[in-house]
Ligand binder design. Structure first.
Ligand code: BES
Ligand code: ZN
Length: 590
């Protein structure tokens, strides 16, 4: 029996879909997509074949010659969704499913014109990781089941479609007032990387292989912020080997995008909160770029092995950062990561199973246990391996790892096997078993120190004893400096202290979302009223969960602002992506 993904009905012993021909019709009026999916199998199959769906209406399944095929959707699971069981006649090579998405499809956000930068046109985008592709197309929604695809998408003629795929010709659609865009993805992808956006979208070239897409109102700012993309690409190739996806374009999303970035191949999606105006948050672009190798070429077998995607990618992201901005910048970034890791582990409980690298997520919604653990504990483990064998040897190991497992999906056990074969004895030397299978953080975790980091943390730790930064010095701090300092301050401060910080450093007016969110968490959590208006406007403008969740948690955790949290959420819930809305609902119910 083949390995099974606990978050999918996929059973590869029944057959594997290797290619899809998709035709999608977007209707903004009803917030639905009507589609057909021709599924081409890797080998002729017969009997039941199970696909994943969620809130999809299936109107028919037919064989290649048009004969209707039996199917049922009798089996459903609250977390995994609904099983579409198709019954294939002997020797089936392909079949076609006709379907209609729900207005509440968990991957999709349908934006009113007022929720866009331009305010004139509606906008639609998808976010399929971890298990939401099944709410857009019926598919074997497991990273084990890679497929290539062709896709046509018909939309109102004034809108543009962009997709994580190679664009083809656009032509007039079948119905008046529509336009059909064509795409092809020749490299096989796991379903969670299927992605598109529809809206008033324009672009600008930034290098021979890269272009930024965004609404016209944001284009100039975005092009400036990410102008270094080609240098990043060259740095990443130096670490990993050749870039195999042809182009590295990216799309700066509307504010409600629930993540910082999403590594959709050929078209990374980015939150507009990265547009700080000083290039201080471009590490997220480096991170998504690094996924082109770790994640998109070598993919986790299931969400249980998610650390293979994210741990390696954070390591690569910091490696690129080190190349471009030096070891000090890397140390600060690792220190920020470590703060986040300790907070995440403490909130699970240090002995929680969710603080292991390899986890058992069966029976739990991946959106519920999403945390920094696979990122930052994963980073520390990879950094420890690098430190132990030395950079040169480790670089060779990483390049071989990528080469050997490109376009495949890998379990943690397979990684361990590869590690033992390539670097014999190292797993034992670093205590890999403990890292992977035990909760908490092993004592041999590498530390990243820098004089600057120590200075900032010492200053912050002395706060309660009356220690204060020199105003003139702190006014020159970098955004990373501020993040370290704010994160090291006590979680709540007296009103006078909040006022002192705000008067001297104008934190409430900060345009850098990292500084602003760290400040608002402290100030709002301290019941400091002068920030309430900014808290309201921030929670209205921004849909990135990294900012929403801790800020809602701070408000919810304080008796004086608990009601305000509920009231702000009620006013903005409709503007959040379904994934973010669900997450905050759970948080406020706790
Ligand atoms: N692939 C993730 C985003 C993701 C993970 C979406 C799981 C859905 C489920 C992406 O690469 C990511 O990690 N984004 C981070 C950026 C960061 C760590 C630099 C984010 O969104 O904050
Ligand atoms: Zn990532």
């Amino acid at each position: 029996m083949s390995y099974r993904d606990p978050h999918s009905f996929t059973d590869l012993d029944q057959g594997r879909i290797k290619h899809m021909n998709l035709d999608l019709n977007v209707d903004f009026g009803s917030s639905r997509i009507r589609g057909t999916a021709e599924c081409v199998l890797a080998a002729p199959a017969a009997g039941p074949l199970d696909l994943d769906t969620r809130d999809l209406e299936i109107s028919g399944v037919s064989s290649a010659d048009g004969t209707a095929l039996d199917f049922d959707t009798d089996h459903a699971d609250e977390i995994i969704g609904t099983r579409l069981r198709v019954v294939l006649p002997d020797g089936t090579e392909s079949f076609t499913v006709k379907f209609l998405t729900s207005p509440t499809a968990s991957a999709l956000q349908w934006l009113e014109p007022a929720q866009t930068d331009g305010g004139q046109h509606p906008y639609l985008f998808s976010q399929c990781q971890a298990i939401h592709a099944r709410s857009v197309i019926p598919c074997q929604d497991s990273p084990l089941a890679r497929f290539t695809f062709k896709c046509t998408m018909t939309v109102p003629e004034e809108l543009t479609v962009v997709m994580a795929a190679a664009p083809g010709e656009a032509r007039a659609g079948g119905e008046a007032g529509t336009r059909t865009f064509a795409f092809e993805m020749p490299q096989s992808i796991p379903p969670y990387l299927f992605a598109f956006a529809v809206g008033n979208i324009v672009s600008e070239d930034l290098g021979p292989r890269s272009r930024v897409y965004t609404e016209p109102e944001t284009l100039q700012k975005a092009a400036w912020e990410f102008a270094e993309v080609d240098t990043m690409l060259q740095n990443a190739e130096h670490v990993f080997g050749p870039y195999l996806w042809d182009r590295f374009d990216f799309l700066v999303m509307p504010g409600s995008f629930p993540y910082g970035g999403m590594e959709n191949p050929r078209l990374t999606f980015l939150t507009p909160t990265l547009l700080a105006g000083d290039r201080s948050l471009v590490n997220v672009l480096a991170h998504e770029l690094a996924h082109s190798w770790t994640g998109n070429l070598v993919t986790n077998a299931s969400i249980n092995d998610f650390w293979l995607n994210e741990g390696f990618t954070v390591w690569a992201e910091r490696r690129i950062l080190e190349n471009m901005h030096g070891v000090e910048a890397k140390a600060l970034s690792a220190a920020i990561g470590r703060n986040g890791l300790m907070e995440a582990m403490e909130s699970f409980g240090m002995d929680s199973d969710f603080t292991k690298l390899e986890i058992d997520g069966a029976g739990t919604d991946p959106d519920e246990f999403y945390s920094l653990v696979p990122y930052e504990k994963g980073f520390l483990f990879v950094a420890l391996l690098e430190e132990t064998v030395g950079r040169e040897k480790f670089d060779e190991f990483v390049k071989k790892y990528i080469k050997q497992f490109s376009f495949t999906s890998l379990t943690t056990a397979q990684f361990e096997e590869f590690l033992n074969a390539e670097l014999p004895g190292v797993a034992g030397q670093v205590g890999a078993k403990e890292w992977i299978h035990q909760p908490g953080l092993p004592a041999n975790a590498p530390t990243f120190t820098s004089a600057r980091l120590e200075m900032l943390e010492t200053l912050a730790k002395g706060w309660s004893d009356g220690v204060r930064p020199e105003v003139a010095d702190a006014a020159k701090w970098s955004p990373d400096d501020w993040q370290i300092f704010l994160q090291a301050l006590p979680k709540t401060l007296p009103e006078a202290d909040c006022a002192w910080l705000d008067e001297n450093f104008k934190l409430t007016e900060q345009g850098n979302a990292e500084i602003l969110s760290n400040w608002l968490i402290i100030a709002a959590g301290s019941g400091y009223e002068p920030v309430y208006d900014r808290v309201r406007s921030f929670l209205h403008e921004v849909g990135r969960m990294k900012y929403l969740k801790p800020l809602y948690a701070a408000l919810h955790g304080n008796d004086s602002t608990k009601a305000m949290a509920a009231e702000i959420f009620a006013a903005n819930a409709n503007g959040y992506h379904p994934i973010a809305r669900g997450g905050i609902e759970r948080l406020l119910a706790g």
